[in-house]
Structure formats: structure tokens, C-alpha cells
Design a protein. Structure first.
Length: 319
């Protein structure tokens, strides 16, 4: 059986960190990158609830009026602080890293935008549990009903025999008011997008460059046959994406077209269900230097000859 189809098996998020994309307020003045600060120093600046309220109100002002900046008096009134000296002190503690003064007022930096988004999404503060409950799938290892659970921001699918099928992190706000099957579908969408970005050499969360790799090592020191897997590790934010080599095929256009020709769109199937993901016997390491992995893709007696190289690139062979 393949390793759990999802993010890092040790429970950490597959992709974590603060992105470098432009926020709704645009880039920094003059295009100057934000200065790097010690993470402990950055989070210490958010230790007072008033400072978090300032970030929330700056984000709210942008959503309401699409303003580039909010004046000092207006921002103080929004936060509800009468003492201007006290308010200025806490505002200054956020300056440069989370808040920047511009155009006669204050606005969020890129880091500020990402931080507010994480706070509103409940990434740092919200828990909650749904399930376990059966979903419309079967375990590829034993045929038992697949069971899903959402707990502490993580969606996991397994079976009563504890065969792990899928696991992915999902912010609590994304799961609010959703049923467990809807949460599973959303987690799968996030997973597909993360796989596609990781294979393109981009960390799905922090957008730093990454180098996807297909590896054959396993925990078993003497495996009967090495089972290759996809690994993407971000040296910037520390996140990891871990899954079977079949993950590479999940987002490949030629494989998707093959499934559509047979009226079985890949997007309609759970990510752990295609045989090229679930069944180790469909995968064979045929060359090691350079690495080449052949994967069997078959539907209704029709076959697609597919190979995956050491970087996760998929190619269709003419056998």
C-alpha cells in the first residue's frame, strides 16, 4: 500500500509559512522589500490584543472602502481607544513589520495582510472536530468503508483498520458551516493545487523556490521492492509535501485527458482512489541513474504508458 496520500506524515502542515505575494494594498513604497526580523520579535509585537485589533481594523477599512491607508484619528476611533498616546505606542510597535505609514495614514504590509488572513481564518486560534463518519469511498487496502475526521485544522481519511488514505491541513474558517464530505472535497482541492505548485518548483504556501523529487527510500531497511514517492520540502518555511509518485499523475494533462476519454474525470474521484495512487503494483522503478519510474494507467482494457523522472515530470511513452 502507498504511504498516506497527503501532507507530511508527522502531522505538520505540508505547506506552512507567510507568503510573499502582494496584498490588497499593493507593494511597499519604492519596491523595497520588508526587513527581516526575528520570528520571536515579530510574534511578540502581537502579544497585546489592542495591536491585533489595529490589524483587524486596517483590514476591515480596506474591505469596506478599498482605501490605501487610514489616518491616525480615524484608525484610533475605529479601534475605540481614547488615549492617543497609548494608541500611538501600540501602533508604533506594529510599524515596519505589520503596518507601514504611507500617504498620510497607515496600511498593512504584506506580512500584515497575511497575518490578518491567518487570524480571521482561525489558523492560530480555532479548534473544532467533525466526525469520524463514513464517506463515499472504500479503503484500497482492505475494502472497508473510508472514514473521515476533521480535527484541529486537519482533515484525515482512513478506515476502521487504520489504513491511512489521505491527510491535509485546512484552516478552520474554510470548514465553518461545512459538512464533513464538503470538508474532504475542499481539502482534496487544496491538495491538488499544492501538488501542481510543488511540481512547478513553487512552495504552495510561502511561494519560495523548491525542488520536487521522486525518491525510493523507505523506512523499511530491506524493502521487497522500493516504492517511489514524491517529496517536496521548502527550505524557507520548512513545509513538506509527502505522497506516492502517483501524485504527479493526478495533475498531469495527458492522464486527465485519458480518464476523460473513458468518461471518468479524475476530478470526480477522490485523490486516493486511482490505481496509480493506491496500488504499489502499478509502479515500477526501471532506471536509477537517472531515475525513471514507469506507472501503469489502465481503464477498460485501454492503457496509457507513463513515466516519471526524478523531478516528478510526467511523460507519455510509446511502447
Amino acid at each position: 500500500m502507498t504511504p498516506p496520500a497527503g501532507d507530511d506524515a508527522d502531522g505538520s502542515e505540508a505547506v506552512t509559512g507567510v507568503g510573499e505575494s502582494r496584498g490588497p494594498t499593493g507593494g511597499d513604497e519604492g519596491g523595497v522589500a520588508e526587513r527581516r526580523v526575528d520570528p520571536a520579535e515579530a510574534f511578540a509585537a502581537l502579544s497585546d490584543p489592542l495591536r491585533v485589533d489595529i490589524l483587524r481594523e486596517l483590514a476591515t477599512a480596506h474591505r469596506e472602502r478599498a482605501v490605501e491607508s487610514v489616518g491616525f484619528a480615524d484608525l484610533r476611533k475605529r479601534v475605540g481607544v481614547r488615549d492617543s498616546g497609548r494608541f500611538r505606542y501600540h501602533l508604533n510597535e506594529l510599524r515596519d513589520n505589520f503596518v507601514r505609514k504611507a500617504d498620510g495614514g497607515y496600511r498593512l504590509t504584506v506580512t500584515g495582510v497575511e497575518t490578518v488572513a491567518a487570524i480571521l481564518a482561525g489558523t492560530y486560534t480555532h479548534g473544532g472536530t467533525l466526525g469520524p463518519e463514513p464517506i463515499d469511498s472504500e479503503c484500497s487496502a482492505c475494502g472497508a468503508d473510508a472514514v473521515a475526521v476533521y480535527r484541529d485544522g486537519r482533515c484525515a481519511v482512513s478506515c476502521p483498520d487504520d489504513h491511512s488514505l489521505f491527510a491535509w491541513s485546512l484552516p478552520p474558517a474554510a470548514a465553518a458551516d461545512a459538512t464533513l464530505p464538503e470538508i474532504v472535497s475542499l481539502a482534496e482541492l487544496h491538495a491538488r493545487q499544492a501538488i501542481e505548485r510543488g511540481l512547478a518548483g513553487v512552495c504552495p504556501k510561502c511561494s519560495a523556490p523548491v525542488e520536487p523529487a521522486v525518491v525510493t527510500e523507505r523506512d523499511d531497511p530491506e524493502p521487497a521492492r522500493p516504492v517511489p514517492g514524491l517529496r517536496v520540502r521548502c527550505e524557507t518555511c520548512g513545509g513538506r509535501l509527502v505522497g506516492p509518485v502517483g501524485f504527479c499523475l493526478l495533475v498531469d494533462p495527458a492522464v486527465a485527458a485519458f480518464y476523460r476519454r473513458h468518461d471518468r474525470p479524475l476530478d470526480d474521484r477522490h485523490v486516493w482512489e486511482p490505481a496509480f495512487v493506491a496500488d504499489d503494483e502499478t509502479v515500477e522503478v526501471v532506471e536509477r541513474d537517472p531515475l525513471r519510474v514507469d506507472v501503469e494507467v489502465a481503464l477498460d482494457g485501454d492503457r496509457l504508458a507513463v513515466s516519471v523522472d526524478g523531478s516528478g515530470e510526467v511523460s507519455v511513452r510509446e511502447d
